[in-house]
Ligand binder design. Structure first.
Ligand code: ZN
Length: 259
């Protein structure tokens, strides 16, 4: 028997678009329905760091967005504002302010096509405006590398420089991080601690608790229609994803895939 899970629910989104078919994009209509479902169940919207500090059993929901796509400001923020809840953006600092499309394996296939504008991130002024409205802005490193695949010096630089850039541009402490691709190992987590991060967001298949620097999130993707979303956030499935049994359930694990 899997025990009920009522602990903080942390969701990981990327972009919103009514038309973009990328796996990491969700339509505004679906996003609003997903939010409405959870709020109707009594979840209270908080930032990522607040969720990591919530009391056990508290029904809090943290909506997080990786990569700082401008569509988050244009399409997600009005919906969140209507419901009166903040969110969290993890920004890859080398791209912020550049007004050029972001590019790394996983999204660069959209360069050069009609959807290329979807890859343009927010500016620092736009992130500042979100912070003023109660959003949390965290680091998503500088250049969005696979952190497990780079050397110690580059790893330390990605973590420290993105943190200090956020702090300089936003005039506030930057204590949270999201690992690009959810890619981490012990060395990466130790480096995040050394760089001074207090919380860091992961994207694991297993949702078992591993501390504030490997905080599990549930990724929501283009393929998540209403049924899949309801299943993903359901207490039984989340409970199951905390157990070792999850590793052996190949078919269900498709639900945790990154699209
Ligand atoms: Zn990312």
């Amino acid at each position: 028997m899997v025990s009920a899970v009522t602990d903080p629910l942390v969701l990981c989104y990327h972009a919103l678009s009514p038309t973009w078919s990328a796996a990491l994009s969700t339509t505004p209509t679906r996003f609003e329905r997903q939010l409405g479902l959870l709020l109707s169940r009594g979840y209270r919207g908080v930032t990522f760091t607040e969720a990591t500090r919530a009391a056990p059993g508290e029904r809090v929901l943290a909506v997080t967005f990786d990569d700082a796509y401008r569509s988050v400001l244009a399409l997600a923020e009005p919906i969140l504002q209507r419901h009166g809840i903040p969110a969290t953006v993890f920004a890859p600092t080398d791209y912020i302010g550049s007004e050029r499309p972001m590019r790394w394996p996983g999204i660069e296939q959209w360069l050069g096509g009609t959807d290329e504008p979807e890859l343009v991130p927010m500016s620092w002024a736009e992130l500042r405006a979100l912070a003023e409205r109660g959003w949390e802005i965290g680091s998503h490193t500088c250049s969005h590398p696979h952190l497990t695949q780079i050397g110690d010096d580059a790893l330390a630089d990605e973590l420290a420089r993105s943190k200090s850039t956020c702090e300089r541009e936003l005039g506030a402490a930057c204590d949270s991080l999201a690992y690009p691709y959810g890619d981490l190992d012990e060395r990466v987590v130790a480096a995040a601690a050394r760089a001074g991060y207090e919380t860091a967001a992961a994207l694991p298949s297993r949702l078992d608790a591993r501390g504030a620097l490997q905080w599990p999130r549930i990724g929501v993707y283009n393929a998540d229609d209403e049924l899949r979303f309801r299943l993903k956030v359901s207490a039984p499935l989340r409970g199951l994803r905390r157990t070792p049994l999850w590793e052996s359930l190949g078919a269900l694990r498709g639900l945790a895939s990154r699209g």
